[in-house]
Ligand binder design. Sequence first.
Ligand code: HAS
Length: 547
Amino acid sequence: VPKGDRRLALSNLGFAYAAFLIGTLCGLLQVFIRNDALTLPSWLDYYQVLTAHGLLLAIVFTTFFIFAFFQSGMSRTLGAFGPRVLLWNWIGFWVTSIGTLLVVVMVISGQASVLYTFYAPLQAHGLFYVGLALFVIGTWIQGFALVGHYIVWRKQNKGELSPLFAFMTVATVILWVIACLGVVATVLFQFIPWAFGWTEGINVELSRSLFWYFGHPLVYFWLLPAYMAWYVVVPKIIGGRVFSDSLARLSFVLFILFSIPVGFHHQLTEPGIASFWKFLQTVLTFMVIIPSLMTAFSMFATFELRGRELGGKGLFGWVTKLPWRDVRFTSIFIAMAFFIPGGAGGIINASFQMNEVIHNTLWVVGHFHITVGTPVAMTFFGLTFWLIPHLTGRRFTKTLQKLAFLQIGTWSVGMLLMSTAQHLLGLLGAPRRTAYTGYAHEDAQAWFEGVLSNHVTMAVGGSILFLSAVLLIFIVVQLWWLAPKADESTFMQFPIAESDASSTPKFLENWKIWIGIAFILIALAYTIPLSDIIQHAPPGSGRFQTW
Ligand code: HAS
């Protein structure tokens, strides 16, 4: 990756890891508050810490990391950025950063304790929403700059399919832009006028529906870059190749189609939406599971083929042949393994009736810690171990590799303890998002006295996680500034696996078809219920003030 492009990617990474450190510290505070072992000082509020934790990790860390990965990978696969692409990427980076800082200042000053889902009726200071709008606009600018780079490449290589990495980046940017339309609509037309006092009230159900129109595909905006690493980077690290180029592309196309018209599965308990529309969106949710099952199949095939190539015999002999001592691989493999229960939990959540049992309980918190918190986050750690040395030209020394194993080991143990406790506590009825978990009544406390179904287990897991996070920051600092400089033999390459696109159908890269079908599905799933919500809005929700 050329120097100018490296600086850009490193700036995004720097922001990501600064957010990671503060965000994980807020997580540590969280588990101790839930355990009644910590009382916050009067100037700090539980919901404020929870908002900071969610925003900094789920939104800021992920987004900045994702753009660093996209920028370095696009520069590596399509060639160095031209001056215009580079300039727009920088402009986007600064707009995203200014938006983020504004949001963080509002949260720290206690004027935006509205959680990372921030839908009404909770209300923050108007500047919080202005910050959010800038954040989204900044990511769009960076996204469009990358698409611009891709368009230039396609013009120069007429009739050819683009490299898999670029294809997947563009698919993810398309998904992100369409998904953001919901959040942009609610922030610009509902929250900003309401928070600055220009309108009397707000249509709460509309704000929640527009949020979840965005909120579910948001999780695939986190997941798809991890899948990119699984499809494109991991096969190279283990010395194999992409199992099927067309399967990989098709799975990303299916995400564009099915990840958006499903937001109601977060609102199954809400009375303002007719059951039919909830049912329809639940069915579509089951469609969006298919590309993940395809990915699982593809990964197993990649591993088995490579293991057998290396001489693995019998039903499972190939497993032992995989490069377990390479932390770049092992970290991502463990990340994948966590996604098996993570995905199964998602299927439970999406099953209309079972959602009644888990909704608004700690189960949901357990679910997202073994989806975004491990499969996604630990894949990003696995990428960090070679991406930073690649960008800074330093060595990932043997000692640092050992520390990296310790880091992913502690993250796995901490997450296993914490998320298992959260799932079980949730099933026993422990609510999520509440500062009042002490349950002064003895009978209530007795529910939570199992070995794993215990708030203490959760706190132990959370503490191990925080230590692991500090260790990761230590490794990042070493790889950035302190490790010895690499020479040619130790220089970390950007691993991109070979992918045979010779029999991949060309229509898979015809974005107009997929964007068109995506909008048809969105229109089917959302037009009638949203117009119902608008027509039946309670009086006073969103009319403009008459001065
Ligand atoms: Fe979810 C709530 C349904 C996936 C994140 N989800 C959340 C929230 C978050 C979140 C943050 O239907 C909370 C939102 C809030 O604050 O209120 N989720 C699903 C479904 C899936 C799913 C159906 N979620 C994710 C992913 C996330 C994420 C991915 C982040 C990245 N989720 C829900 C529902 C709710 C919900 C409801 C609302 C609950 C409520 O009532 O509030 C699916 O996409 C899952 C499909 C995945 C699979 C797994 C495939 C497995 C693979 C691994 C292969 C492993 C290998 C390694 C090869 C079917 C690809 C082998 C290793 C060995 C050891 C054998």
